[in-house]
Design a protein around this ligand. Structure first.
Ligand code: ADP
Ligand code: MG
Length: 171
């Protein structure tokens, strides 16, 4: 089996508030990926602004930052041989309306409300994934991941802990 690649999934505030969306998305995550870490946080404007700093100056920047601070978000570090691309494919296009038209079963097509409230985030490259994981999980050790945890998550034995919403090593 190929080595596991990590990416960051963020479930955005409007989806976290929708129990049907959360349960559907969580099923997709736990059935298609290994879920390495999960946590729920509420961002302030400074953190949201910093996370989306590549978009400073764009017409949607203020509304994006306001939206991302409007409720809590779920953060998931997920792994798969092709995690970055697979999760982006499952999300569908940035534009919800495009998704509804071109790929109605993508997550953004199903649960998206507007081009800003587009359900979830996925890192756009492995370099972005590393940067974004460090941003939200400063204690996560990539060294430890590459030298020890990756092989455990790939070869097992692991089980799913529903309470943590994470796969964990079976003792
Ligand atoms: P993606 O999330 O697909 O990587 P971008 O990085 O381009 O997309 O944009 C970041 C986020 O900004 C999007 O997920 C969406 O919430 C918001 N956004 C992007 N483009 C628009 C737009 N044209 N109108 C409103 N919001 C947008
Ligand atoms: Mg992006």
């Amino acid at each position: 089996m190929q080595k596991l690649q990590l990416t960051l999934a963020i479930i955005k505030p409007h989806a976290v508030k929708n129990p049907v969306a959360v349960s559907y998305i969580r099923n997709v995550l736990k059935n298609s990926f290994v879920v390495v870490k999960t946590k729920n946080v509420t961002l302030d404007k400074e953190a949201a602004g910093k996370f989306y700093k590549e978009h400073v100056g764009k017409f949607f920047y203020n509304r994006l930052v306001t939206f991302m601070t409007s409720g809590s978000i779920d953060l998931h570090i997920i792994g798969h041989a092709n995690a970055v691309e697979l999760w982006r494919r499952m999300l569908g296009p940035t534009s919800v309306y495009k998704g509804q038209f071109e790929d109605p079963y993508c997550l953004r097509g199903i649960f998206g409300i507007s081009d800003t409230r587009n359900v979830a985030h996925g890192s756009d490259s492995y370099t972005s994934a590393e940067r974004e994981i460090k941003f939200f999980f400063p204690d996560f050790s990539f060294y430890h991941w590459h030298n020890s945890d990756e092989v455990t998550y790939r070869k097992g034995p692991i089980i799913f802990n529903n309470h943590l919403f994470q796969h964990v090593r079976r003792l």
